[in-house]
Write a new protein. Structure first.
Length: 274
């Protein structure tokens, strides 16, 4: 399916089904939207596994690629998905793609940027790095939901301090990483963390999970556990450690800030009511 829509008053943009010849230009657009610490782009972002999907290209000449977007239906047609969209932060191109998406998916609720925004699998639009896209979505009636902070700690310039290991480490082959467990003198688990090795070419390890039992907080356990996580990441060649937390979890955000993490962006899945 394709459609023609005017974009502004300067040029005419058309939407068509993605073709293999579009891949090199599409990858350039996708790479330009990458967050710091992410691996090189070699292919299109993943397509949803739960429902059929179609990738579309936006162009203003037969050979050009001004944007690329994935569309899909979910829950028996009651929810339309825009898993990912890349258009070089060109406002006209983004508006044209969103207009096409609404017409193509029909009268239903829309969820946008549901595909992973990072190698760790966290979905959402990077609101700071892609301000033009965020503005176009807001103008089109989308609102942010499920907002996660994306944080990075530089391990190369700020190496983890050596320290006595506090946790037992178990290799997780299915995740390509480790689970770290801290127990008290009775053998009860009081803290847990999960660290993922860097994806190929990224140099960024992922802190998927870290939690300390409330009764054992403010005793330095979290700091020591995170230090051990960072040391593990360094042993497998990581140069950075990424972490994620709820945008509104001020306690966890302050903890990460105290551990030399910097907030890179906010990742937000976008919703639009019918």
């Amino acid at each position: 399916m394709s459609g023609n829509f005017k974009a502004g008053t300067v040029r005419s943009l058309s939407v068509r089904v993605f073709a293999p010849k579009d891949l090199p230009r599409a990858l350039t657009l996708i790479a330009a939207d990458q967050l710091p610490g992410e691996p090189p782009v070699h292919d299109l972002p993943p397509l949803p596994l739960s429902s059929p999907s179609t990738v579309f290209t936006l162009s203003d000449t037969p050979k050009s690629v001004r944007g690329v977007m994935c569309l899909s239906m979910h829950s028996g047609g009651s929810i339309g998905l825009i898993p990912w969209l890349h258009a070089g932060e060109d406002h006209d191109a983004i508006v044209t793609l969103l207009t096409f998406a609404r017409r193509y998916l029909g009268p239903c609720a829309l969820h946008a940027f549901t595909s992973p925004a990072s190698a760790a699998g966290v979905p959402g639009l990077p609101m700071r790095h892609r301000r033009v896209t965020a503005h176009a979505l807001a103008t089109d009636g989308f609102t942010p939901a499920a907002v996660q902070s994306y944080l990075l700690r530089d391990l190369a310039n700020q190496p983890a301090a050596p320290g006595d290991p506090i946790a037992e480490v178990v290799l997780l082959s299915d995740l390509s990483g480790w689970r770290l467990t801290v127990t008290d003198s009775s053998g009860s688990v009081i803290a847990t963390a999960v660290v993922r090795r860097p994806s190929h070419g990224s140099g960024t390890a992922g802190l998927w999970y870290l939690d300390v039992d409330p009764d054992h907080r403010r005793h330095g356990i979290g700091h020591r556990l995170l230090t051990q996580c960072a040391n593990l990441a360094l042993t497998c060649g990581a140069r950075r450690l990424a972490a994620y937390c709820d945008e509104h979890d001020e306690v966890l955000r302050r903890f990460f800030a105290a551990q030399q993490f910097n907030t890179v962006d906010s990742l937000a899945v976008q919703h639009r009511r019918n």
